[in-house]
Design a protein around this ligand. Structure first.
Ligand code: CDP
Ligand code: CDP
Length: 224
């Protein structure tokens, strides 16, 4: 069965996907599903259990042993790994540095996509990630590809970390983001790519509210 009514939001790191997707979902009373958090939870588990992140078979076995639950709270999405809360831990620099490798394996992606499609059947949904419009929900009613310059995206992450009191190096962030984008865009399985029928929105000089409004307007056009 096809998903009921879905909005797919893809794009590179720091483009504003999760912030905007969550707000759009709230305004439309849709369910928000942060697919990046699922790859992050798997990466965190592999690092903790000392499993080789480059071994697709082992990573799939690990994933098969995990339940990953996303619980939407008012301000953030709580992430539960086998019922243990790992919301903060999955945003660490160590996870940032390894998550693209963990997400590159076909065996891992097959299972993740299956889980994401099941979640999408729960109702009207907004999913954000890298391959939602191209692979997970190719028939989504509305597909958005969010971008922003690398400098702007690194600046946003930097400000976010400073606000949280985390040590933050802007130049390092720029390098990390550019490296992750390159890896995600050039992997063989479901690379980060704009779906042909996605609407591209460059958010470099847009506020969060402006981006949300633009998406809501598009959603209203499609979902009437
Ligand atoms: O928040 P940020 O954009 O930094 O990353 P994320 O959305 O949490 O995703 C973390 C990583 O998971 C990405 O860099 C991708 O390697 C992977 N990912 C993916 O391959 N496919 C998705 N649908 C979502 C995330
Ligand atoms: O999910 P993704 O990695 O694409 O980005 P995010 O985590 O939603 O956004 C990264 C940071 O940029 C957040 O701190 C947002 O508040 C901020 N942001 C912004 O300043 N302006 C926008 N138009 C969108 C996001």
């Amino acid at each position: 069965m096809e998903e009921r009514l879905a909005i797919a939001i893809d794009g590179p790191a720091g483009a504003g996907k999760s912030t905007v997707a969550k707000l759009v979902a709230e305004k439309l009373s849709f369910l928000y599903i942060d697919t990046g958090a699922m790859y992050r939870a798997l990466t965190y588990a592999a690092l903790r259990e000392d499993i080789s992140l480059s071994d697709g078979k082992e990573m799939r076995q690990l994933l098969d042993s995990l339940t990953i639950r996303l619980v939407n709270e008012k301000a953030y999405t709580k992430v539960l790994l086998n019922n243990e809360e790992v919301t903060e831990q999955i945003r660490s620099n160590e996870v940032n540095q390894h998550v693209s490798l963990a997400a590159s394996h076909q065996a891992v992606r097959e299972e993740m996509v299956e889980r994401q499609r099941l979640l999408a059947k729960e109702g009207q949904v907004v999913l954000d990630g890298r391959d939602i419009g191209t692979h997970v929900l190719p028939n989504a009613k509305l597909k958005i590809f969010l971008t922003a310059s690398v400098d702007e995206r690194a600046k946003r992450r930097h400000e976010e970390q400073v606000k949280k009191g985390i040590d933050s190096d802007l130049e390092q962030l720029k390098k990390d983001i550019a490296r992750r984008d390159e890896f995600d865009s050039t992997r063989e399985v479901a690379p980060l790519k704009k779906a042909e029928d996605a609407k591209e929105l460059d958010t470099t000089s847009l506020t969060i509210d402006e981006v949300v409004e633009a998406i809501i307007d598009l959603a209203k056009e499609r979902i009437s």
